[in-house]
Design a protein around this ligand. Structure first.
Ligand code: 6PG
Length: 468
């Protein structure tokens, strides 16, 4: 079989198909293979004008033969066992200098394991963000593995990636699972951004009594300001949408029970391992789990009555909610980046925070105007918590009073705002030099003789404890 392609792709599901078309259109001729041959040919037929740049292959052997050596093959199959199975199936056909790129949402621990497994070919783990639209017209790409392997495919990956102004949102994050780790943090932040937007939506719906289209108009307005972002933009669109079946607002016919594939959870778990606090993200993951417990929530409402009350007139304004969301967002990203900073030394990776912020500026789900400012602040000082960067201290000083008003009003009137509340509590803890862990240390010493440090430095490792 003749060599017809510069790269191959396995897995023609939604994301794989979109990525293959993007590559065919913007980067290189591509060979594709799917587990079901009918899908491979249907994809080729649907590719229309791009079909001549695509070689549909019926077998893995044919796929490998169609790619110019040293080969590069992208895997876009479900994360987990399917990736291991696919790597095993490819092994007999690949040469030592061929390269396989796992572009699914792998757990970065799996990518670490695969990178260290002694595969007979080269291997990259690559986080791809942006959903189907991003994959087709420009995703953000976070690569991990050997830098030389990344460099080999970088021309294709930067050609298909989203562009911030002229800069491609595709970069090498570090060795082994570094790309998938950064993608997991992205997804943790994605969960938190979505949750905080849902919380202010809830306040407008239940606290202000606004209908969904009016809330959509507010989100649309916010999207012209400091909160400009893809997630605010789509929140405006979903709030404005009408259900074709009933004519009601689309949001009002959707069950409030959220699913998840687990990437946000991985971030929360990893943060615990790293002792890196990310309470806003943890709250967002927990909120999804709470949402899923619909039967228990119904039982709770039956006993205690529904919680969210309409707010007294004038208690909060939409501007308060906008400012609270701004503060929450800064605090959440400050947590995400400090967690990433902790991961570098823990895994032996030299993670570059400014480069991460730059890659997230376009193409990915969390893209926003604020990320450009974050990239700048992190470039000035990558080691500094964003909460202390002058640009963001100015934002926070302006918006914190509103976050306080919103969280207090929510608490007083029964609106669950776990992520925004967690952001505020973290902020107050992080700007308090004299906290309350002295009590924790005394308790630990009391029951376990764990010892403590004294403020005056005097040498007395244990307290004079006695039970009254
Ligand atoms: C992206 C998204 C995507 C993710 C979905 C679903 O960056 O394009 O993060 O990769 O798979 O958003 O995630 P959940 O099912 O966990 O919400």
């Amino acid at each position: 079989m003749a060599v017809t392609a510069d790269i191959g792709l396995i897995g023609l599901g939604t994301m794989g198909s979109a990525l293959a078309l993007n590559i065919a259109e913007n980067a290189a001729p591509i060979a594709v293979w799917n587990r079901t041959t009918a899908r491979t040919h249907a994809f080729h037929a649907e590719a229309a004008d791009l079909a001549p740049r695509i070689t549909p292959c019926d077998t893995l052997e044919a796929l490998v033969a169609a790619i110019r050596p040293p080969r590069a093959i992208i895997l876009m199959v479900p994360a987990g066992q399917a990736v291991d199975d696919q790597l095993a199936a490819l092994t007999p056909y690949l040469a030592a200098d061929d390269l396989v790129i796992d572009a699914g949402n792998a757990n970065f621990h799996d990518t670490n394991r695969r990178a260290r497994a002694g595969l007979s070919f080269h291997f990259l783990g690559m986080g791809v963000s942006g959903g189907e639209e991003g994959a087709r017209h420009g995703p953000a790409i976070m690569g991990g593995g050997e830098k030389a392997d990344w460099d080999r495919v970088a021309p294709i990956l930067t050609a298909i990636a989203a562009k911030h102004e002229t800069e491609a949102c595709a970069d090498w994050m570090g060795p082994e699972g570094a790309g998938h780790f950064v993608k997991a943090v992205h997804n943790g932040i994605e969960y938190a951004d979505m949750q905080m937007i849902a919380e202010v939506y809830g306040m407008m719906r239940d606290g202000f009594g606004l209908p969904a289209p009016a809330i959509g108009t507010t989100f649309e307005r916010w999207n012209n300001g400091v909160l400009q972002s893809y997630l605010i933009e789509i929140s405006a669109a979903v709030a404005a949408a009408t259900d074709p079946l009933t004519g009601a607002a689309m949001l009002d016919v959707i069950l409030d029970k959220a699913g998840q594939k687990g990437t946000g959870r991985w971030t929360a778990i990893e943060a615990q391992h790293l002792a890196a606090p990310i309470p806003v993200i943890e709250a967002a993951v927990a909120a999804r789990n709470v949402s899923a417990r619909l039967d228990e929530r119904k039982a709770g409402e039956a006993v205690y009555g529904p919680a969210p009350e309409r707010l007294p007139a004038g208690m909060l304004s939409e501007a308060d909610l906008e400012a609270a969301l701004t503060a929450g967002k800064i605090l959440c990203y400050a947590q995400g980046f400090t967690m990433t900073a902790a991961a570098g030394p823990a895994f032996g990776w030299n993670l570059q925070l400014p480069a991460i912020a730059r890659v997230w500026r376009a193409g990915c789900i969390i893209r926003s105007a604020m990320l450009d400012d974050m990239a700048q602040a992190l470039t000035e000082d990558p080691a500094r918590n964003l909460m202390l960067a002058p640009l963001f201290t100015a934002h926070l000083k302006r918006s914190l009073p509103a976050l306080r008003r919103v969280v207090s009003a929510a608490a007083l009137h029964g609106h669950a705002m776990p992520a925004l509340s967690a952001g505020l509590a973290w902020f107050d803890a992080m700007r308090t030099a004299c906290g309350t862990a002295n009590m924790i240390q005394a308790q630990r010493d009391f029951f376990g003789a764990h010892g403590f440090e004294r403020l005056d430095g005097a040498d007395r490792p244990h307290g004079p404890w006695a039970m009254a």
